[in-house]
Design a protein. Sequence first.
Length: 553
Amino acid sequence: MPDPEDVPALLPARMANEAAYCNRLFYLEWVQGRFTDSADTVDGRWKHRIVDQPTGRVPDPSSIDELREARSILLSSERLGLIGRVDLLELDAGRVVPVDYKRGKAPKNAERSWEPEQVQLCVLGLLLRDNGYECDHGILWFVDSRERIQVNFGDELIARTIQVTADMRRIATQQTPPVPLVDSPKCPRCSLVGLCLPDEHNALLSRSTTPPRRMVPSAGAARPLYVTEPGAVVGTRASRIEVTYKGSRLASVRPFDISQICVFGNVQVTTQALRDCFANEVPVAYFSTGGWLDGIATGLVSKHVELHRRQVALASHNGVEAARRFVEGKIRNARTLLRRNGRPAPPNVLDSLADLASKSKEADSMSSLLGYEGAAARMYFSALPTMLRAETQLPGEPFSFEGRNRRPPRDAVNCLLSFTYAMIVKDLVAVCLTVGFDPYLGFYHRPRFGRPALALDIAEEFRPLVGDSTVINLINNGEIKGSHFVVRGAGVALTPDGRKIALSAYERRLDTELTHPVFGYKITYRRVYEVQTRILAAWVVGEIESYIPLTTR
């Protein structure tokens, strides 16, 4: 249990709103420092800007009649253990009146306001009292409806406010967040619903019998921007990300429409573009010309310190529990892909893969787990040709899967597999950073210099479903041809046109919807990357008992 002395002496008054709304929201946003914008929060900042600049003078309590109007006044109280900023301070019959600006319209309930708003306003009133001012009510100013709603600071509201502030200090000492609200109507409009995953957590904890609601889109609107033209420059112009080549504009995109920027080979990214990407939480991934991930540039690291601390401890002492779930998921999904697409699927291989998946789930050591995975890989790849059209003619050594070959791949199929696997790992590195993980510290893959071990761990269950499926479709649909490869010595590589075709096929696969096997709603592979990583994080910090890999039937 964290020491209560570690909690700051002064808690932010604005967090009383979050704590009154949902204790878990307060914990995620303030204790763990996790936040993401929604349309409501962006609009709220814009509506609030008029009172963000300090103006006017606040006289001491003995001269309060001199108060005219003051904005953005910072107040604190050691007795209350709070610090906060009053948007606007007015005078009414010798008493000060805090005015709190709110986006939207005043609700139509009896109080014309909601309890969290009343509590936050009351906190400001108590701070004013503790600083010697008389204050018995405040005003909520709803910007959109232009209404002033008076909130009286009666005994009941004051008692509730004091209880909320005491709960904030108590909750801040907990090692894990409070459990989510169950089937609450508050959750869908919360900006942190995509981080919290309340219904998903409750389903995994068996706290709700109602099927989980899909409270975020099945896939985000933002998409990766791939830049493959050697010599191209990624820069900014008029608040947009622009890609130019020898003075000609190749692309112009708004930053919030981009989930990540992926540059291949000798492509320049300007400092201005990097700063815009950091400000909009858009990672920039650098690839070699052949598609090998060299590195990722991001903004500041996550403030989710507890997740990082527990990840380090778990990786050092007992990563086998997570590792066996990764391997089990990979083997089951490989079996599913082979069962669906094999012409015909070898029954003996399907039976052996099912047996190895069961053994992996119960493995008691990394060495036995590695043995199960190796045996499953040999069987699966030996049967992989049954999923490809027999008349396929691609360059390189004769297609044989006695084992994967890479660095460099010696045939076209291995070339495509390596490329799509690199794309999966790239996306999962970005997701790990977003969630708060260190992508280079894994539970199954050994950490080595430059290897994103955790991203490779999570990628295991997605290799068959996304990577192998993409390659099979590329070949069987005739999208990729021999002319899209180049043979260099013993290695086979994609041409620029071949790389674009492979990227397009990979992105299409990510946009494919599936029914989540645990939560039951429709979701794309693009979104499920994040959901699975957040479920893993919940297991690491002790919110749920086990990690469940994504497996399809």
